[in-house]
Design a protein around this ligand. Structure first.
Ligand code: G4P
Ligand code: NA
Ligand code: NA
Length: 194
């Protein structure tokens, strides 16, 4: 997605060889107009998949997911990372291991929001090692629902998540795929291999 790539180049920073900072428009401050375009892009790609629900993870997955949900005309559910006062009914839970933080945390979704006949589009802001995506897949599987695709805003293609998910035959659509962040330079995978 050209607009997103331009935004990453102009406002993103390679913090290290593995971490991209994009808090100007995605992870802290949010650019609503860019989010609208992201929603349209996901809709165009997944429009023939009969999506009935979008599942994401709080917090940075919510903005792109809501815009995709608006375009596709489906509700958006975000898995919660912290215990909620009101989240107390037949919970679907999964563990997420964070390589960066080297710790395991839990996510939870109320069972009433994911049903067997749902065709779920999983969306997240980043795809690195795929731990968050795998936890969301786990939750969908517990509900007995179908996974129709995985939409990612920024894939760090030099980490293993995207390859592993595609090897498992998930339809992974990433709007920007980063080849490397070496020497402070942000490089995208060439369109030919995308
Ligand atoms: P890891 O595999 O690289 O260790 O990443 P991990 O799953 O532990 O992700 C930890 C958090 O960092 C996630 O957000 C994930 O989206 C984010 N993340 C991973 N790589 C990058 C990156 O290169 N740049 C940025 N900006 N974020 C990255 P989170 O903790 O769930 O936070 P949020 O959704 O509330 O923003
Ligand atoms: Na994040
Ligand atoms: Na995230």
């Amino acid at each position: 997605m050209e607009l997103l790539k331009q935004k990453i180049l102009s406002e993103g920073t390679a913090l290290s060889e593995s971490v991209l900072k994009v808090d100007n428009f995605l992870n802290h401050q949010i650019d609503p107009e860019l989010m609208v375009e992201i929603g349209k892009e996901f809709k165009n790609y997944f429009s023939d998949k009969n999506i009935t629900k979008i599942l994401t993870l709080e917090s940075s997955g919510i903005a792109p997911s809501v815009m995709a949900g608006l375009e596709l005309g489906v509700p958006v559910v975000f898995a919660r990372k912290r215990k909620s006062l009101t989240l107390n009914e037949d919970l679907l839970t999964a563990e997420v291991y964070s390589y960066t933080k080297q710790e395991t945390s839990n996510i939870a979704v109320a069972g009433k929001f994911l049903k067997k006949d749902d065709n779920v589009l999983i969306i997240d802001d980043f795809l690195a090692n795929g731990e968050a995506a795998n936890a969301l897949i786990n939750v969908v599987n517990q509900a007995g629902a179908n996974i129709s695709g995985i939409g990612i805003v920024i894939e760090k293609a030099f980490q293993k998540g995207g390859t592993a998910l595609r090897e498992e035959n998930y339809d992974v659509y990433s709007l920007a795929r980063i080849e490397s962040l070496e020497n402070g330079e942000i490089k995208f995978l060439s369109e030919a291999v995308q």
